[in-house]
Each structure stands twice: as C-alpha cells, then as structure tokens.
Design a binder for this molecule. Structure first.
Ligand SMILES: Cc1cc2nc3c(=O)[nH]c(=O)nc-3n(C[C@H](O)[C@H](O)[C@H](O)COP(=O)(O)OP(=O)(O)OC[C@H]3O[C@@H](n4cnc5c(N)ncnc54)[C@H](O)[C@@H]3O)c2cc1C
Length: 377
C-alpha cells in the first residue's frame, strides 16, 4: 500500500489548487513545500491581476484555463470572501501605429471569450482617465485584482477540509519508481530524510518544475521543458499620485511580457511594472537605477509621471518556456505517460495568467489523474 494516492510538489497557488482538487476528488493527498510557508515564490511576486483572457492564442491552454479560471476565481472570491475588486482595465494605443495591434488584440479577446469589451476613442479614454494620453483604448470590464494570499488560504482550507496536509520545510530531492508506485525522497529543514510512496505525483514546483521533471528521469531538453527564468521588476508610485488612475492601464504588449503597466492594489496604491529581463537564476533585487527606464515607458501614456515619483518595490520571476527571442509557448499540463512515467503530472511554464487560471489548471490535473488511474497504473 502506498502512503498516499497523490503527492503534490510545491505550495504555490497552483500546487495548492491542485492539492485541494485532488483531495476533493477523494484521493489521499499530501503537499510538500520546501519553505516554511505557502506561496513565498512567484505566487506572492506578481501583479495580482485577475486576467480576462485577452492576449493568448485561441484554444491555447493559457486562453482556455484563463477564461475558465477567471469565472471560477470570481465565484470563489464571493463564496470565501476573498478580497478582490473588478476594476476593469484599459489597454491603450499611444500612437496610430499601435492601433492595428490593438484591433488584433480585441479580435483575439472576443474569440477567447474574454467577456465584454469596449473600443474607446481618444476622448472617451481622456474622460475615463484624465491623466492617460492615448489615441484609442480597449476596455475590459472583466479584469480585476485579487488578494493572492487570500486565494491561497482558500485553497489550503479546502485541501485541509478534505484531509490533505501540507508538509513545510520538506524539499523533494529525488523521484524514482518501484512496482508502478513513485518513491519521493525528501529532506526536511532539520536535515532529516524520508521517502514517501505514492501512486501519482503532481509537479507544481514553479521555477524548479523543470528540475523536478529531470529528477524523475525525464529528458527536459528533448521534451522542451527547460525553463528560462525571466525577471520582472516593479516600482511604487509616490503617494501623491494615488488616484492617478481608476482602472488598470496597460500599453500594447511587448515581446516577452504585457508591457510596463500600472496596477492598483486593494489599498489603492499604484505600482508600475513588470519589465522583462532574462536571468540565469531567480533573484529579487530591484535596482533604483531603472527608475528612468520605467519613467520613459510610463510617460508614453501617463506624461505626468516623473522619475523621482518612482521607488523600487519588488520583483518576481516568470518560469518561462519561451526563451529570449522565441515565439509563444503554452502552459505544459501533461501526464508523462508517453515518456514512460504514467501518473507523473507535470505543470511547467506556469507563468501569467497562472494565478487567474489556478483552479481551471487544478481541474485539468484531476482529469489527468483519473485518466492514468483508469489505465490501471
Ligand atoms: C512578474 C509576474 C507577474 C505576474 N502577474 C500575474 C497576474 O497579474 N495574474 C496572473 O494570473 N498571473 C500572474 N503571474 C503568474 C503567476 O504568479 C504564476 O503563474 C503563479 O504564481 C504560479 O504558481 P505556482 O504554484 O505554479 O508556482 P510558485 O508560486 O512558484 O510555487 C512553486 C512552489 O514550489 C516549491 N518548490 C520548488 N521546488 C521544490 C522542491 N524540490 N521541493 C518542495 N517544494 C518545492 C517552491 O518553494 C514554491 O513555493 C505573474 C508572474 C510573474 C513572475
């Protein structure tokens, strides 16, 4: 007898959602997290935006799980009283050359089911956001913000209610198979080691998910699972600029990110970011030297922001499958059965909109768990 039906590796928002869904489906489940709290990596270092599902190619996992996840997320926020606000967002074209790109985004968003959208002319943008300068805008009323920690608490409480424990300070160090079961070797913060036997493994290790896949014996380069960490820095706007905008304001996207945008948090503070910088390993410093670069990017659509209004805030690191200069890569949510490891569910490249999509990804995980089980492993 295995110790558990399912071991989930990683206590970020996606691992917690997957653990809650697996436990709710009747599987004995444990979640292993190497830190002493949940969500201390990417899940607490993001924009906290509930994305509508605007940008992603039609039928991609990013599009489908974002749209489904957004609806589940708003419902969960209402049910579990998670702090959130449906503020709406405006994507702005700052010059005529950007208008065709914005039109393409609008068409894609409609195909994806991103909810109501309105095309705004320059006067309407100015009326809605007097400090924003644009030749056109696209309003997405379905976009909002959420307290990411409140969301993680909700998943954790649900997991616990269905009997799933979270083991903190428990780092997975090796994964092997024996007689159709997985042996997951762990090391505790105290140095103590332990091996857990389980029927299925969910790899939700975020920035380390490629390493976990390799640990289990998968050839991550051949499978295209190698991650390219891409840092995004945020700057805080000075307090006298509170009230500068009422919506989230985004430029048209750039190659590896959505462009340096203005987001509000639930207290009304405004942040600018994230930029994009590929790094060799995750790090979270924010250099004040970038204030001018941020100022320049923001002044394209909010001319009153000065460099001295910007102070370093925090950074997050995207677990990107798309390397520098490469084209779109979708989320990987796959059972490794075709690669000889049935029952290992890999969640790799879960960058934005992973927070929004978390519950929809978790539901897919449960479908995959059921499929492997039916195949008799
Ligand atoms: C700059 C930035 C902005 C973003 N903005 C948004 C946004 O506005 N809206 C949105 O929807 N999404 C956004 N995202 C994406 C979102 O934050 C992520 O998709 C989501 O947080 C990923 O959650 P996760 O659980 O997969 O990963 P993580 O939160 O990284 O969790 C993985 C966990 O695995 C643990 N782990 C790793 N290795 C091991 C091991 N060997 N043993 C045990 N535990 C291990 C880690 O300690 C970590 O806690 C953004 C991301 C970034 C970087």
């Amino acid at each position: 007898m295995a110790d558990f039906d399912v071991v989930v590796i990683g206590g970020g928002v996606v691992g917690l959602a997957a653990a809650a869904a697996a436990a709710r489906s009747g599987r004995t489940t444990v979640l292993l997290e190497r830190h002493d709290a949940c969500g201390t990596e990417t899940s607490s270092r993001n924009s906290g935006v509930i994305h509508a599902g605007i940008y992603y190619p039609e039928n991609s996992l990013k599009a489908v799980t974002c749209v489904a996840g957004r609806k589940l997320l708003y419902a969960r926020c209402e049910r579990d009283r998670i702090a959130h606000a449906k503020l709406g967002k405006i994507i702005v074209a700052t010059c005529d050359d950007e208008v065709p790109k914005l039109e393409q985004i609008a068409a894609r968003a409609r195909n994806n089911g991103a909810g109501d959208l309105s095309w705004l002319d320059a006067d309407t943008v100015r009326r809605m956001e007097p400090n924003v300068q644009a030749v056109a805008g696209l309003l997405s009323p379905e976009t909002g913000i959420v307290d990411a920690h409140g969301l993680m608490d909700s998943y954790r409480a649900e997991a616990r209610a269905y009997g799933c424990d979270v083991a903190f300070r428990t780092e997975v160090t090796q994964i092997t198979t024996k007689g159709g079961a997985f042996q997951v070797a762990t090391r505790a913060g105290t140095g103590e080691t332990m091996t857990i036997e389980c029927g299925q493994v969910v790899n939700a290790a975020g920035l380390s998910s490629d390493r976990i896949a390799a640990m289990a014996g998968l050839d991550v380069d051949a499978l295209g699972y190698r991650l390219h960490p891409c840092k995004g820095d945020y700057f805080r706007l000075a307090s006298h600029l509170r009230g500068l905008c009422r919506h989230l304001i985004y430029p048209v996207p750039v190659a590896a990110g959505l462009g340096t945008h203005l987001t509000l948090d639930l207290s009304g503070d405004i942040s600018a970011g994230p930029d994009t910088e590929y790094v060799t390993a995750p790090r979270y410093d924010v250099s004040p030297d970038k204030a001018h670069e941020f100022g320049e990017a923001l002044r394209r659509y909010v001319p009153i922001i000065r460099d001295e209004d910007l102070s370093p805030n925090y950074a997050g690191v995207r677990p990107k499958l798309q390397g520098p200069g490469e084209t779109f890569r979708d989320f990987v949510v796959e059972d490794a059965a075709p690669h000889g490891l049935p029952g290992m569910i890999n969640l790799i490249g879960i960058e934005s909109p992973g927070l929004t999509a978390s519950e929809a990804i978790a539901n897919r995980v449960v479908e995959l768990l059921a499929r492997t089980h039916h195949q008799g492993t």
